[in-house]
Design a protein around this ligand. Structure first.
Ligand code: UD1
Ligand code: CA
Length: 467
């Protein structure tokens, strides 16, 4: 007899992500689920798949290094704390309050360390779960080498009887090639009542979530399965070698899709691109380039070699050569590099140049403005058509506060100028090379702020240095 009431399948499902484990095989101070796969933390891959599959609210079970995981996921989900890691069943028990709130729905249980799970699989499994009306649906796979996984033990009539862990399996059961991927859908009420009945009578003295399946079967509930054919999708990451292997698979998929969409990637092995990046056709990515976060690259750009873009937007036809940029927006037809550093908060309009050895921070460039060589421009607003010549810098820091430099349209700043902020150079003004500017330069004026040259004729002959 079923020992619970309710559990009517409705169209929505909530989810629990298990992320409390120690991840001891990572040998790290960090939480395993925060390790990055193509620059995106493992747990973010799982969350993205969940959201895309149409899941509702979700709860993350945190334990080891939970302060880091909670900080990372702040505002995105509920948390349940598992102080001691007493097994996957115990982890789900910690989320009882969340489950009770979603009593009349189904709940998906996922692992935070299985990043390549797809929204299609989640949708497919949920559909199967709903259609069959099962109390639990286990996502399964068939493996030629099932070692290490829980095995699906079936009744003579073909229904699922229970899941047997590797360490508890008989020789006969070890031969079963149908495995538990560790992802499930449960009618929430069925899961809640099974949780109340989990025991630790197994090889690891843990509360196994898998025993909930045996309990549901034993008490007259129905257990279904949903088989995935692509097992790489369900690979869990337990150590850094597996993380590498999974990254090779993920990269191959992503790069194939990008290339088919019209992007040239010259060297796959030395290129890393975030799954959240967008790159338009006819753009060429040269070797040793890392594209992180939500970077957006327009059409016909050339990016690399040896470049890093992190959350940057590039327009069309940008050349970004051997440089780095973060959290900034760069327009179309801009040339960057080689060897430049665009730090967060920059906004560069179309047709600009940020040439060789130029560092920018919170700098705004109007259209066609150029800083071709060897400059530092921080906390500055440059209008359009400004020439910021070789070796010029904004002196933005007085040792205590940062100050702003404003340079208006078509101003011309000669070589090796210091602009001591706060300071303004008005429209069309000229600043002579080598000047240190501390006051406003009026519109279309010329400012010279350096000592005059003096010449001592025949000085070398009189100096006696060559005797
Ligand atoms: C689990 C399944 C096994 C399945 C395999 C698929 C159980 C008992 N076994 O085994 O049938 O084939 O996954 O990969 O469930 N976690 C916690 N708290 C804990 C223990 C684990 O939050 O106390 C989390 C881990 O962080 C991880 C997930 O649960 O995200 C799975 O735990 P893990 O120890 O890796 O389970 P497996 O031994 O792989
Ligand atoms: Ca695992």
């Amino acid at each position: 007899m079923k020992s619970y009431e309710g559990g009517i399948t409705v169209d929505k499902y909530s989810a629990i992500i298990l992320a409390g484990g120690k991840g001891s095989r990572m040998k790290s101070e960090n939480s395993k689920v925060l390790f990055e796969l193509l620059s995106k933390p493992l747990i973010d891959w799982v969350i993205a798949a969940l959201k895309e599959s149409g899941a509702g609210e979700f709860c993350t079970v945190v334990g080891h290094r939970r302060e880091l995981v909670c900080e990372h996921l702040k505002g995105q989900c509920e948390f349940a704390v598992q102080e001691e890691q007493l097994g996957t069943g115990h982890a789900v028990m910690m989320a009882r309050d969340f489950l009770k709130k979603h009593q009349d729905e189904s709940v998906a249980i996922l692992s935070g360390d299985v990043p390549l799970i797809t929204p299609e699989t989640l949708k497919g499994a949920f559909e199967a779960h709903k259609e069959s009306g099962a109390d639990a649906t286990v996502i399964t796979a068939r493996l030629s080498d099932p070692f290490g996984y829980g095995r699906i033990a079936r009744n003579p009539d073909g229904g699922v009887e229970k899941i047997v862990e590797q360490r508890d399996a008989t020789e006969e059961q070890k031969k079963i090639d149908e495995i538990n991927t560790g992802t499930y859908f449960f009618k929430t009420a069925a899961l809640l009542s099974a949780l109340d009945n989990l025991k630790t009578d197994n090889a690891q003295n843990e509360y196994y979530l898998t025993d909930a399946i045996a309990y549901i079967n034993k008490t007259g509930g129905r257990v279904g399965t949903y088989e995935v054919s692509d097992i790489t999708e369900m690979t869990g990451i337990n150590d850094r070698a597996q993380l590498y292997d999974v990254s090779v698979v993920a990269k191959e998929r992503l790069f194939t899709a990008l290339m088919k969409s019209g992007v040239t990637i010259m060297d796959k092995s030395s290129t890393f691109i975030s799954p959240d990046a967008e790159i338009a056709p006819d753009t060429v990515i040269l070797p040793c380039t890392i594209i992180k976060g939500r970077t957006k690259i327009g059409r016909a750009c050339t990016v690399g070699p040896n470049s890093v873009l992190d959350n940057v937007t590039l327009g069309d036809k940008v050349t970004f050569n051997a440089s780095q940029a973060a959290d900034s927006v760069i327009g179309s037809n801009v040339k960057v590099g080689p060897f430049s550093h665009i730090r967060p908060g920059c906004d560069i309009a179309d047709d600009c140049k940020v040439g060789a050895y130029v560092e920018l921070k919170k700098a705004k460039f109007g259209r066609g403005t150029k800083a071709p060589h060897l400059s530092y421009i921080g906390d500055a607003e440059l209008g359009s058509g400004v020439n910021f010549a070789c070796g010029c810098i904004t002196v933005n820091y007085d040792g205590k506060n940062k100050h702003k430099t404003i340079i208006k349209d078509k101003a011309f700043i000669g070589c090796n100028v210091n602009l001591v902020a706060p300071v303004t150079v008005e429209d069309g003004a000229y600043v002579a090379a080598g000047s240190t500017i501390t006051d406003t330069v009026p519109r279309r004026a010329l400012a010279i702020a350096r000592s005059r040259q003096s010449v001592k004729p025949g000085w070398r002959d009189k100096s006696g240095l060559e005797k």
